[in-house]
Ligand binder design. Structure first.
Ligand SMILES: C[S@@+](CC[C@H](N)C(=O)[O-])C[C@H]1O[C@@H](n2cnc3c(N)ncnc32)[C@H](O)[C@@H]1O
Length: 280
């Protein structure tokens, strides 16, 4: 346990907050925000709710939740650059100032039994000790409050026709997140963590995008994976030579309209905090 805690305190966020990453997040959000909006609709996020978002990044969903509650939304965002630009955007909608913790989630002194809704998209796959983070968020929820996390079950990721280098590339993808204690398949482990942390499971809803060359989803996956390919190339058994061959294959299949990419699945995992005294 001591060792695990020190890993969390050394945590380094793998993708950073440079202008290029912010732009990638913006384009990615345009593709995926409708999935989150449908989730907010099912959950019934509404006027007056107390809401907390973890890792809003460039912040399109943060602004959307403010519109839905017609007021401020709180946030934990470790990046000073992302927090500053989103706070400036929040001033424009005149819905009020939320509470911000500009630090790692594990360090934030969140109120207990406070929120109706806590939301995070694409944050948990980076985190060491995910169960500790879930427990922290459950503590911050009111009894009956909802935790919704959108994150990956990446094992569906595939390319047709399949390159020879694919298994090593996939191993490097998992290894990349594991370097900081994260898990690229975290979405599939969240339901079990929810139960242990005192949540009743409300839904597990998968979204899988299947892309053809020229589709927005094809370029979303290409932008991310070409952006990290050099870093992945240092994760054995994936090598620089294999990365170069994979890129050539990727470009070749992109020129063939019969090619397909099956995206990593995004799971919406939603749970409700049990009322006191109710055991399962
Ligand atoms: C991949 S981005 C996702 C951004 C946004 N949620 C979205 O869906 O576009 C991950 C975000 O989580 C933030 N983050 C990463 N680790 C964090 C932590 N331990 N505590 C708080 N924020 C964190 C990053 O700074 C970044 O803004």
């Amino acid at each position: 346990m001591k060792q695990a805690s020190s890993k969390a305190s050394r945590y380094r966020y793998l993708l950073g907050d440079a202008a290029r990453e912010r732009e990638r997040l913006r384009v990615q959000a345009a593709l995926w925000d409708p999935v989150a909006h449908a989730l907010f609709e099912r959950v019934g996020v509404r006027r007056g709710w107390k809401v907390l978002e973890i890792g809003p990044g460039h912040g399109s969903l943060h602004l959307e939740m403010r519109r839905r509650v017609r007021g401020p939304v709180d946030a934990v965002e470790r990046s000073a650059a992302f927090a500053a630009s989103l706070r400036a955007l929040c001033q424009k909608d005149r819905l009020g100032e939320g509470r911000w913790w500009q630090e790692d989630l594990l360090d934030a002194r969140l109120p207990a039994d406070h929120y109706d809704f806590v939301f995070a998209r694409w944050v948990f796959l980076f985190l060491p000790e995910a169960a500790r983070h879930v427990a922290k968020l459950v503590r911050a929820l009111k009894p009956g409050g909802i935790l919704a996390i959108e994150d990956y079950y990446r094992d569906t990721f595939g390319m047709i026709p399949l390159p020879t280098e694919w298994p090593d590339f996939i191993a490097a993808d998992k290894g990349f997140f594991a370097t900081e204690g994260g898990d690229a398949n975290i979405g599939a482990r969240l339901p079990g963590m929810y139960r242990k942390a005192g949540l009743d499971l409300v839904e597990i809803t998968p979204t899988i995008k299947i892309a053809r060359p020229g589709d927005a989803a094809w370029s979303w996956m290409t932008t991310y994976f070409f952006g990290v390919m050099d870093r992945y190339a240092g994760t054995p058994p994936f090598t620089k030579a294999k990365a170069a061959r994979l890129k050539r294959h990727w470009k070749a299949v992109e020129a063939d309209p019969t090619s397909l990419m099956v995206a990593p699945t995004v799971l919406d995992v939603v749970g409700r905090k049990r009322s006191r005294g109710r055991r399962r």
